[in-house]
Design a protein around this ligand. Sequence first.
Ligand SMILES: [Zn+2]
Ligand SMILES: [Zn+2]
Ligand SMILES: [Zn+2]
Length: 161
Amino acid sequence: MDSERLSLILTTLGREGRRITTGRRAVVEALVSAEGHVSADDLAASVSRSHPGVHRATVYRSLEALEAAGLVEHVHLGHGRSVYHLIDDLHQHLVCEVCGSVEEAPPELLSDVARRLRTERGFVMRPYHFAVLGRCSGCATDTPADHGGSGRHRPRAGRVT
Ligand SMILES: [Zn+2]
Ligand SMILES: [Zn+2]
Ligand SMILES: [Zn+2]
């Protein structure tokens, strides 16, 4: 576990005027040591292993408190599935709807879109709340996209069983 990162986050939490409870500390520890993307249930399971005295409900409440303090953010990766991040690790997510892979993309990926929405519509986008859905490079090459260069229309072959 990256203990320097852990203490930096806990220091920030204290500076926000929030109490560093056992539950909050356990959740931050679980997030720091997590590999990949974890849901609230994953976190609850990991905390119950590391801190058997911390109840599941405490984990959910702690997550809410950490989110309210601006230290943790959730992102929806698809239908109903949301995962948690520490705020010091901002990035965009590219989720493949075919194989389910999650790729991390640079945080500024959608900044042009955000700027345009702001100037043209006064809409303030929250670019990290949802993932970008589509097909990863591996899955996309199975059915090449038609870029319309030749103007050819290739009908999809019917499946005969
Ligand atoms: Zn992520
Ligand atoms: Zn894929
Ligand atoms: Zn949400």
